[in-house]
Design a protein around this ligand. Structure first.
Ligand SMILES: Nc1ncnc2c1ncn2[C@@H]1O[C@H](COP(=O)(O)OP(=O)(O)OP(=O)(O)O)[C@@H](O)[C@H]1O
Ligand SMILES: [Mg+2]
Length: 504
């Protein structure tokens, strides 16, 4: 989805009543919808609504009954005239259009699907779907051609000659959808289109709408009072209350960064594991090492960060190649093997949009952090059990998710980074008692005195440079290059006298 603005709503207010401008001045004075109704008996439908809809996205307008969803949707094609404000479609202000211009815009750019189907009961499916084209005066052959294509798109091929009365609710709604897309509009306006359907058919229709969106790349503005539906369908969601937009955001943002307590209450009880994705809870994948850097640099980075495994990437695009365990790295160093030979190829990995409900079984089984990798194989982030469980445990009532409250890695001290990475990747270090969790800050004597088969690292004072601060999440070519350069420059031979790395 690109970010071209398809539709823009600017300062739109709608008042139902005889003296709307009086109401607008009361709104400007800060009176609420209910106070205004008490005082004037006029209803605020929309109160200074602003948002943009991007080309090709599904934008969901959500809110409780009476919050203004239908009013807003109907203002978009001027089935309801806004009292104030502007609505732009492809940069053209439709609130200023003449009747003729508006008809043209509606015909070419806007299609609408209604909750109650709004079909002509005694006509066939084909004639219902072709109806909008018919009233535009399009010749029969042309309109049937387009209508048949739309009928096929919504999965009703074979029912062209059925009467509406012979169809189930789900099929009727498909007819409504086919009618809206028959004219190939840029924007589909859908008002509670699936609310009248029973749950299974509703789920089918939602899936089909998503599939249709993939195929046709329409901009869809979808009204729903159902949070699960909004979270499932929406690229972004506008949550409304009393005619105002309370928050606009992606499903993740609405769940994890609710703008206020109203939104928190609204989203409480949602099954977060189905909504949150790998991408939304992953951590930056630092440190990582380039496959061309060699085994010593990898060991050096692991030492500096106090971790027992490191992701191996290739090239400027950070293509994931494998994961290297410290024990394998140390063996490989002794045996004179390369990093590539020592690493585990094809480590466990997931796509960024995988829901956490699907991540959980994978992460439970995996002995390493999970890599989050995009279509082109780029390492985007890592996930460990703690992060996933933390994200799921959040109530969403404090306005921020813990996973998002973390300091920017660039701002963290090397000790903080080290401790964190250890928690994520260095399971072997978890054996240490809590007060001794930082192997880097341990004295040499302490580290060597500890029994076990874990790798031991020297203290900072041993002459090994602090390289953790040089790791840059932007890409291996800049940050990691300098990191690796720093690591390489004063490299004490790991087998030489300065080395503290041992295999016990
Ligand atoms: N034609 C009208 N005349 C007067 N008031 C109206 C009119 N249409 C809507 N309203 C009022 O405007 C407000 C917003 O109504 P709207 O129909 O947009 O709500 P909604 O969010 O779509 O609700 P629902 O989920 O029940 O469909 C409500 O207070 C409603 O009573
Ligand atoms: Mg409505």
């Amino acid at each position: 989805m690109d970010k071209n603005i398809k539709l823009e709503v600017r300062n739109v207010t709608k008042v139902f009543g005889k003296n709307p401008h009086k109401v607008i001045s009361l709104l400007n004075e800060g009176l609420s919808k209910s106070e205004i109704f008490e005082k004037t008996k006029q209803t605020v439908g929309l109160n200074n609504v602003n948002f943009e809809v991007y080309d090709g996205e599904i934008f969901v307008i959500m809110g409780l009954s009476g919050s203004g969803k239908s009013t807003l949707l109907r203002c978009l094609n001027r089935l309801i005239e806004p009292t104030a404000g502007e609505i732009l479609i492809d940069g053209q202000n439709i609130t200023q259009m003449s009747a003729e211009e508006l008809r043209n815009t509606r015909r070419t750019k806007l299609g609408m699907v209604f909750q109650n189907f709004a079909l002509l009961p005694h006509r066939t499916v084909l004639d219902n779907v072709a109806y909008g084209l018919e009233i535009q005066g399009i010749p029969k052959e042309d309109r049937y051609f387009k209508a048949l294509a739309a009928i096929e798109t919504v999965g009703l091929k074979g029912y062209e000659n059925s009467k509406i009365t012979q169809l189930s609710g789900g099929m009727k709604q498909r007819v409504g959808l086919a009618r809206a897309i028959a004219n190939d509009p840029d924007i589909l306006l859908m008002d509670e289109a699936f609310s009248a359907l029973d749950p299974l058919i509703r789920t089918d229709m939602q899936n089909e709408l998503l599939a249709l969106e993939d195929r046709m790349q329409k901009t869809i503005i979808f009204v729903s009072h159902d949070l699960d539906e909004a979270l499932k369908l929406g690229d972004r969601i506008a949550l409304m209350k009393d005619g105002k937009v309370v928050q606009i955001g992606t499903p993740d943002e609405i769940l994890t960064e609710p703008a206020n307590s109203y939104v928190s209450r609204f989203v409480a009880g949602v099954d977060r594991s189905k909504i949150l994705t790998a991408e939304s809870v992953m951590r930056r994948p630092e440190p990582f090492v380039s496959v061309s850097s060699g085994i010593r640099v990898a060991i050096k980075l692991m030492k500096a960060h106090g971790i027992s495994s490191i992701y191996v990437v290739e090239g400027k695009n950070r293509r994931l190649r494998g994961i290297l365990m410290i024990s394998d790295a140390l063996k490989a160093l002794k045996a004179g093997k390369s990093l590539e030979d020592a690493m585990i190829q094809e480590p466990p990995q997931v796509a960024p949009d995988l829901p956490l409900s699907d991540v959980i079984p994978l992460i439970a089984e995996s002995q390493y952090p999970l890599a989050v990798v995009n279509d082109s194989g780029k390492l985007l982030g890592i996930m460990v059990r703690g992060t996933v469980l933390g994200a799921l445990a959040m109530s969403g009532q404090n306005g921020h998710a813990t996973a998002f409250e973390e300091k920017d890695p660039e701002e963290k001290t090397s000790e903080e980074k080290s401790l964190e990475e250890k928690k994520f990747a260095g399971e072997k270090f978890e054996e240490n008692p809590p007060e001794k969790t930082d192997p880097i800050s341990k004295s040499k004597g302490e580290a060597e005195g500890k029994a076990g088969n874990e790798a031991r690292f020297p203290p900072e004072s041993s002459g090994i440079p602090d390289i953790s601060g040089g790791i840059n999440n932007d890409g291996i070519d800049t940050g990691s290059a300098s990191t690796e350069a720093a690591a390489k420059a004063p490299l004490i031979s790991d087998t030489g006298p300065g080395s503290e790395v041992k295999i016990c």
